[in-house]
Design a protein around this ligand. Sequence first.
Ligand SMILES: Nc1ncnc2c1ncn2[C@@H]1O[C@H](COP(=O)(O)OP(=O)(O)OP(=O)(O)O)[C@@H](O)[C@H]1O
Length: 599
Amino acid sequence: MPIRTEKATVVAEDGRRLLSEVSCTFGSGELTLLVGANGAGKSTLLDVLSGLTACEGTVELDGVPIRDGRRLNREAAYRIGRQFQYPELQLFAATVQKEFDYSLGYMKLPDDENRTRTDRAMSEMGLADSLKAESPLVLSGGEKRRVAIATTLAADPDWLLLDEPTAGLDPEAASRLVSALLSRKGRPSGGIIAATHDLDLLLPAADRVVVLREGGVIADMPASELALRPDVWDRASIGRPASAELAGQLRLLGLPVPAKFLAPEEAADLIAGRLRAAGRRPFLETDAYGEAPGEGVATQPGAALERDREPGPDRDRGSGRIAGSPKRFVESLDPRAKWLFMMTFSIGVLIQRDWTGFGLGAITAAALLLLCRVPARHIVPLMRPFLWFAAASVAVSGLGIGEAGPAASSSGGAWEPGAGGSATEAPIRFGVFTFSAAAAGVTSFELLKIGCVMVAGILLSATTTPFEMKRAIEYVLLPLRYIRFPVEAVALTGSLLLRFIPVLRREAVKFNRIARSRGKRVRRSGATRLRDLPAMIVPLLMSLLQMATDLTVSMEARGYTRTGQRRTSAVQLVMSRRDWAVVAAAAVVAATLAAVAIG
Ligand SMILES: Nc1ncnc2c1ncn2[C@@H]1O[C@H](COP(=O)(O)OP(=O)(O)OP(=O)(O)O)[C@@H](O)[C@H]1O
């Protein structure tokens, strides 16, 4: 009863490949670990395996696709229990008991069965019975995690998909969790897949290990085989786990270390046996990995540290590019030039009075789209709410009741009948209702202009980092300092807004996913049932409040609250010839649009 992926590929909105053609089989009865450096794609793969993220390629549970078009397959949703990376953030109910009730709700179990499952899971995670009546919000971070993990264990799904399950747990709670996982191994109906950095604790318990790097699988093998392949750790750029290093060293000393990752007590037993047989120290030409003693990286003093310092693949977080990759043309332009272009273009479009002028603006926006090469999947989600709003506004503005209906001339004085519609056209009748195409035309004309400006704004924010944007706004508003205008504050607010809009969206998507996963909802992506709203909204608000608090504290720590003092900046802006060419292009576009609007 495996979970199988075939060429599973996930592409982010900005075009980055988060997962690249992952083909794996996760066998039932097994504990499979997903390991890899930060950002390697472990959480993304867990999202794909649980059907929460759509992907190219196939993902099947027992030969049945896990997603049915845009919806999660209901059977799969019920059989898979997903534990997210920060499980404590998912808690929302008034008491710990209610958290369990919510997580078990979809099964509609009798009360005593609910109670039995809750008690068992709480005891597995070492949680006192008295906690049931507590609010989850007053628990410590580790206690919250244990409660959240226990709610997943209580549902006892066939498949457990866990993201960093032991992170933030004290050693006793972590080993309790490992025992709980071990007790669930060997079931024919499902298995356990855990993404982890806690290699020393979980490797000895694992049957199989999938190693990821930059969204691709670089190794997929039984744990016993990986125990003899130290090169895999180096290729994954995560450094060898201490247990693997220890096993390697023991082999060098001639100890009969089995092909597995050693738990501390197993290593201790081997060493004790060796001490008992003291005096029979063998001399080996090669170690168990086939390397001559002293040649292996692990045998060189300090070599592990040096290896750890080797630069791994890193990402330029601001732009989403791989560090070192060439900047695209528009990204490399001075933000002031881009800002000026955007402002003049926006004003030029907004002053248009007929379809010819709008057409010119639309063509310019299309050319900008091509030039900026921002993928449609980045733009469409941001535009979608506006498009819905625009469609509703157009429909409402055209509607009327009775004889007169809405008059185009009254809703848009600048509208020229000859330029694409007739304000005096007779409205279409539907019983007592009328629909005026001319009035709807006026509204759509105005909204389309705003849509054009929005596209330009999205392109600007997608090709400019918040830092650059802040500096650009500061430069442009610099003269206003003399009239005591709070230039820095305005620039900072603008850049924070730009930075926070995508963050807000990401957080909303994250908590929506968690709520749907906990509530076992299989509606199409993004839709949340009314009754699941608290499970999404409460953690979302808590997370946003926490972010706002962190931001305030860090800004205070950096001295942002000290007014009247000039700050040094990490970003220095210099206009190049190309930037001046963009300024000239802005002037040409503005003059042309103004001429068309006036003429
Ligand atoms: N919604 C998203 N949009 C764009 N990029 C994303 C999104 N979600 C994740 N990423 C990126 O995908 C990459 C893989 O992220 P993922 O969370 O899967 O890594 P991970 O291996 O779990 O890392 P870690 O060990 O740090 O938890 C990262 O570079 C991350 O920035």
